[in-house]
Design a protein around this ligand. Sequence first.
Ligand SMILES: NC(=O)C1=CN([C@@H]2O[C@H](COP(=O)(O)OP(=O)(O)OC[C@H]3O[C@@H](n4cnc5c(N)ncnc54)[C@H](O)[C@@H]3O)[C@@H](O)[C@H]2O)[C@H](O)CC1
Ligand SMILES: [K+]
Length: 499
Amino acid sequence: MDIVTAQEMYERDRVAMEAAGLDGKLLMENAGRAVTYDLLRHIQKEHAIVVLIGAGNNGGDGFVIARTLLNLGYDVEAWQVVPDTKITGDAEAHKKIFQASGHPYRLLKSSEDLNTSLGCADVCIDAMLGIGVKGRLKEPYAEIVRLCNEKSFVRLSVDLPSGVPADEGEEDFEAFQAHYTSIIDAPKQSVFLQSTRPYYGEWSVVEIGLPPQLLPDHRRRLWGAADVKRTLPERDAHSHKGSHGKGLIIGGSRLMPGSVAMTARAALRSGAGLIAVSTDPEAIPSISPYVQEATFVEGKDGGQVPVLEGYDGIAVGMGLGRTSVMVTVVEQLVHEKETPLLVDADGLYLIKGFLQELEKREAPTVLTPHPGEFAHLSGLSIKEILNSPFSHSKEFAEKHGVYLVLKGPSTIITGPDGEQRVNISGNAGLAKGGSGDVLSGILLSMMMQGEDVMNALSNGCFLHGSTADLLVQDEHAKIDLLASDVIEGLSRTFRTFSS
Ligand SMILES: NC(=O)C1=CN([C@@H]2O[C@H](COP(=O)(O)OP(=O)(O)OC[C@H]3O[C@@H](n4cnc5c(N)ncnc54)[C@H](O)[C@@H]3O)[C@@H](O)[C@H]2O)[C@H](O)CC1
Ligand SMILES: [K+]
């Protein structure tokens, strides 16, 4: 499913109308009807419904929605919150159809009248502003949104909650707080930002007849279950342990043995053929009982850096510590150009000094920072990153020729060519120590079992989050879920998503 900016959405409309001969009024009818049938899940027959209609085509959708609900026998009051002069184009055409269908509408004269009506409503459908919003809400929208947000009725938004910007990068806004949003054709970037995501409430996407094969490829998409099932590698019945990748994991220390142990176990549980661990010898006695299938390797000539050749993937960083000795380890890994390399946790702090070397590596380099680690790597503030995660990720990945997994409630996976995918599986149960170590193990394993790195990373993130989702559905609550539970839960997830 594509993720779009407002501009890209307008472009999709234009292409659909020019190339497929669809016209705006038809698209508005399709959108209004599709949204109506999507919203019916949240509306009871006896509910008193208010539809708030704004000045643009989002308002036009509102006229179609109000008409459709009235045709279905629902109790609807349609409120046009702007003067008639503001209703133009396709929206005006649908207002005429609404009126010609014999339906009345209320014209906002004072907020008191509207407030009385809102006071009697069970459901409020917000068709005031969509992707055309610019800047903070002007009156009367700001006042109306404040009135709605303090009411106890069900708040349903059309395309996006009024006031929420469609694109990343806007931080000054106020918006309608929807319980549920019916998104038209494609989710906008603001669905995936920490600042704007809460205003959508639950959401789903309705199809309105735009021909996917004619639409431009924005190279930014949501990665879902169907994509995983389509791309998860099959295990060949005649395969042997060598055919599913031999991985090396460098990390752990005497005081932090657990993280590298979880990475190793997660990698094996995700199908890696062989895993070798290079760690502080004093940590081995506490790692080995937890992951008996792993072997251990010592540094070359008794030093810290193990032999790096002969592996299908290397992961470094978890529990590594940030001593100068470890800088040498990371430096040698950067210069070993042939093996796919995943860098996480402490490794991300140590690799900062070698960023300009990364694009010279022939094999893929994968960095897996959370926003704080990305701030350190990029020199951006966490606030800047959270405000514009798509563009900052893309700029960094293209500049350094790396794959970047920017972790969060919506994890953005970016390739060195700028392609982006978003994973939204997972839940707050993952916001605990060790989750990142487990993810690194899964990603290393996926990278070694398939040719396409973007698929490997996208599937790994999806499986990690989905395992947490499956676990909190029945066996656990978010509060008690441990990273190690996710490792043990992977087998159920693989059974669910492997064809
Ligand atoms: N294929 C599709 O996606 C379709 C989408 N539809 C709907 O159309 C809207 C986008 O319509 P547009 O007219 O471009 O913009 P809006 O409806 O969001 O309204 C713009 C309107 O609002 C005024 N405005 C802008 N900023 C502010 C502000 N800060 N305060 C107050 N007023 C503001 C501006 O002056 C304009 O008058 C999309 O979201 C879908 O809902 C089509 O219906 C079908 C196809
Ligand atoms: K809206």
